[in-house]
Design a protein around this ligand. Structure first.
Ligand code: VG1
Ligand code: CO
Length: 542
């Protein structure tokens, strides 16, 4: 029954910020997915007879790769696979299933917020037994293995019926097709005050949730409409489609523009939210009030004790380096630890396992907690609903009160997508070469106080991760960070993160891009940006 198939390495299987992401035609090359999955299995030890969780965000190629993964798991000696019905599992639900079933690990098939379809993106990510993305020592080993692989193992068996829940056998391995939503929904009921949120909806509170034709549709229908009693039109675009309806399932102000405009209009509901392709990101908008992910992290951390799962307080906060420092002041006030990590959820795992941090977040619309080892879009939405249900104030009032108490971090990210990779690398390289001479120099009206290339020493296992972004700090606590994306699938994406702290924000808002104008100029001056990458303006401003 087990076939050993001869193969040759592909040289481009280095996992990025969040697993291996490539265009579908790349993934469709003969043996491409098989090679990567076998490289993962070859780097693991002791999984014989153990459980593997498999699921994805429903995008194009999801079912095909799931069938391959199941047959390869059987041939390699796993004892059981748990797979979501129709091949569906959101990233946080997969993380929870790994933990709940003490599985050896899991394969999550997704390219997250990237578009799907025959010429769009696909991805595979391996998660370890704590439910989180494999740490760098594993992903580095997988890449090394993929460079020398010469065979893979696969069971010669018919496809598993993914459309029916139930148990079957594939050789010696048990295959369980399970409800993708049930266990996750039960976990949310433990963490949040569903009675209070039901009362909120009963009182006439209204929201919209845009699932963007991606994986959170079934989860949101069940949790927000069925269990919490929101009216049935609450969830929009709630059926997962292989091409996400032709859109980017990216909950930002560009791709969730309709939701944003609706929430800024006269018809706006009290609350608007969205999640991404694989359900780990969140967008939160109040009536007339967009909440930046960095502010959302800070507000959630400051109010988490209002939710039953966090009633005894939180142990610490972790944020990625480019995320604004708004959460730092909450940690300071609470007298708890604050940790600054490289970009990507894999760096939070150790801090969560060691109970040094409870709440984690990234500026890229990712927020989560110790309940799983991934960021969790619906969790963030439910946390906001719990806070709103207890405080009975509007989102805008809560955010403004927060700024009054802690000050405000004006924050924005400018992305230049699909730029020439060599030019983008040269830009970073040239900054890196000048780091020592920058402090003390003037950049327009701003004085540079320090500059470095962010490097992280994991406080739990001591491992070091270097070259995680060029930080330029200015007098008064403003900063600009330059970093190259590790999730793109064509050319390079240059991200420029801009932040300025306003201790006393007062009554009148300054438009964010205006508040950051000096820093935007500084970024141009420091790098000769437009000429260097041949662009007039960012592709996306968030
Ligand atoms: C981006 C974000 C990062 C996030 C990663 C995965 O990475 O910046 O914060 O963790 O995507 O998110 P990069 O390397 O492109 O900046 V998800 O929702 O794609 O799994
Ligand atoms: Co995602």
């Amino acid at each position: 029954m087990i076939k050993t198939v001869k193969t040759k390495p592909f040289d481009d299987q280095k996992p990025g910020t969040s697993g291996l992401r490539k265009k579908v035609p790349v993934f469709r090359q003969e043996n491409y997915a098989e090679n990567f999955i076998q490289s993962v299995f070859d780097c693991l030890e002791g999984f014989e007879g153990k459980t593997l969780v498999i699921g994805g965000d429903g995008r194009f190629l999801n079912r095909e790769v799931i069938q391959i993964a199941i047959k390869m798991a059987a041939a390699n000696g796993f004892g059981r696979v748990l797979v979501g019905e129709c091949g569906i599992l959101s990233t946080p639900a997969a993380s929870h299933l790994i933990r709940k079933n003490a599985a050896f690990g899991g394969l999550v098939l997704s390219a997250s917020h990237n578009p799907g379809g025959p010429n769009e993106d696909f991805g595979i990510k391996y998660n370890i037994g704590n439910g989180g993305p494999a740490p760098e020592k594993v992903t580095n080993a997988v890449f090394a293995r993929s460079q020398v692989i010469d065979r893979y193992l696969i069971a010669d068996a018919p496809d598993v019926d993914l459309d029916k829940q139930g148990k079957s056998k594939l050789g010696d391995m048990v295959v369980e097709v399970i409800d993708p939503v049930a266990d996750y929904a039960a976990l949310m009921e433990e963490l949040f005050d569903f009675d209070a949120i039901r009362e909120l909806f009963k009182s006439g509170f209204k929201m919209v949730f845009d699932a963007m034709y991606a994986v959170t549709g079934p989860y949101a229908h069940e949790i927000i409409e069925e269990r919490l009693g929101a009216i049935p039109v609450t969830v929009r675009n709630g059926v997962p489609l292989p091409d996400f309806g032709g859109h980017h399932p990216d909950p930002n102000l560009v791709h969730a523009r309709d939701l944003y405009e609706f929430m800024m209009s006269h018809e706006a509901t009290d609350f608007g939210a969205a999640s991404d392709g694989d359900g780990d990101r969140n967008l939160v908008i109040g009536r007339g009030m967009f909440v930046t992910p960095s502010d959302s992290l800070a507000v959630i951390a400051a109010n988490a004790h209002l939710a039953p799962g966090y009633k005894d307080g939180i142990k610490g906060i972790a944020r990625s380096m480019p995320t604004s420092a708004a959460a730092d002041r909450v940690a300071e006030k609470l007298g708890i630890g604050i940790y600054e990590t490289p970009t990507g959820w894999k760096f939070f795992g150790n801090l969560l396992d060691a109970e040094m941090a409870t709440i984690c977040g990234e500026e890229s619309a990712g927020t989560g907690s110790s309940h799983v080892r991934e960021k969790d879009g619906l969790w963030a939405v439910l946390m906001w609903l719990n806070i709103l249900a207890v405080r009975r104030q509007s989102v805008a009032e809560i955010v403004r009160e927060h700024w009054r108490e802690y000050g405000r971090n004006y924050y924005s990210r400018h992305d230049y997508e699909g730029v020439d990779a060599k030019a983008a690398e040269a830009l970073i390289e040239s900054l890196r070469d000048r780091l020592a001479e920058l402090p003390g120099t003037e950049c327009g009206d701003l004085m540079i106080t320090s500059a470095d290339d962010f490097s992280y020493i994991d406080p739990v296992d001591g491992s070091t991760t270097r070259n995680q972004g060029i930080r330029i700090n200015f007098e008064g606590g403003a900063r600009v960070v330059f970093r190259l994306s590790g999730t793109g699938t064509s050319g390079a994406t240059l991200r420029i993160y801009l932040e300025r702290f306003e201790p006393d924000p007062g009554q009148h808002d300054i438009e964010t891009q205006d508040a950051l104008a000096d820093l935007i100029d500084a970024a141009e001056m420091l790098t000769d940006l437009r000429a260097c990458i041949d662009r007039d303006a960012p592709s996306v401003i968030t």
